[in-house]
Design a protein around this ligand. Sequence first.
Ligand code: ZN
Length: 309
Amino acid sequence: MAGLLAATPDQAEFLVELLDHGLLIETGEPGVYGRGGGFERIREAFDRLVSRVAEPDGAEAMRFPPVLPRRHFEASGYLKSFPHLAGTIFSFEGTEQEAIEQEDVAHRHGDWSGYQRMTDLVLVPAACYPVYPAIARRGPLPPGGLAIDAGGAYVFRHEPSADPARLQMFHQREMVRLGEPETVALWRNSWRDRAEEVLTRVGLDAHPEVAADPFFGRAGRMLAANQRAQELKFELLIPIAGPEPTAVASFNYHQDHFAGTYGITMADGSPAHTACLGFGLERITLGLLRSHGLDHTRWPAAVTRQLWP
Ligand code: ZN
């Protein structure tokens, strides 16, 4: 397959184990798996643990479907930074004759894209994206800003890979903070510590690193260097099955990017700042399975007490 990222022997072997134990379920597409009950019990338990740790924030809960209005996506700048990762939704709009032709081509697994037209929806690339336009619509932020719990939504990244830790669709547990620059920076720093602590509590060997997004192309390398120099993004990394540790949580300080894009201001009219934090729930589940074994009923009590108190 074109563009398929290869797996190391360790990653390939881990994937086979996960499939054999019914933790992941094969669909035939790399990076797209069903999840068995055992996998989901762990993923949901970690999600609830994050909720308990987040409680003092008093965040307002918001949930969105895994699609985003195209006009919000177009305004976000995602296509400039990550055109290679985006997923857009097309649908059929044609005559009965064209429907018959489309079915004929599709049935032979030919290219039926010519019968499809872009809809007004794209797949959500990060769980925080629907939050910004929703908050902007309310008008200026209250003093002290807002904390939003965006839940554990499914997000899409077009990067087919044979590495079980690189999924095309996965749950990102996101929290968003909007407000004055100092408030937002403090929140992000506090979560960097809390997130490392929560991963440590479940027996994962996590360490933070200054990181950069996988920006596209040559201009993207400059964006990434700038992001690193300003320390706008941190990640927490844990060993899974790769030769290098894998990022399982990221902390992103957007400064006034989203506020400027969607018009989010403070009461005095100054632009708000925003930051978000995302836990990759599947990657954390995989890290737990890799560290403690494929049968969660046999994990160390110190770990299961945290997940199933
Ligand atoms: Zn985000």
